[in-house]
Design a protein. Sequence first.
Length: 164
Amino acid sequence: MVCHTIFGFCICLSFIIHHSAFFTVFLILHFALFTLHLYTSPMAADTTLDRIRIIDLRLRCSVGVEPEERRNKREVVINIVLRCDLRRAGRTDRLADTVDYKAVKEKVVAALEITSFQLLESLAERVAEVCLEDGRIGEVEVKVEKPAALRFARGVAVEITRQR
């Protein structure tokens, strides 16, 4: 990123010397916005967090607006991405130095077994809350699918991202 910034500055400086004031102001503003984007984009912040994925966790829970959906538990499929720093665990090979994904899964299952939801959105929100209870998790992505929720569709899904 520093190389991009220096290169952009040199280009702006050469245009300042050789071109009109209007074009120079335009280039300086464009360069400033580009530099701001480089240092504040999610990709820039994204580099320090690793991922643990819980893939296709299948549960039966009460979710839906219709009375029949609330009476009979339905299958939901949950995918969770836990964003955390895994460097220490990678060096030490100790469970105590990482997020115990089995424990996270068990907490999610326990939370969903005792609660009913009308909306997939609130179910996803609850999963995210449970995951973020572990202080080592900086961000969580949750995707909740309700198979066969719509006629002519394989299912419906809601995806959310929450940060600490």
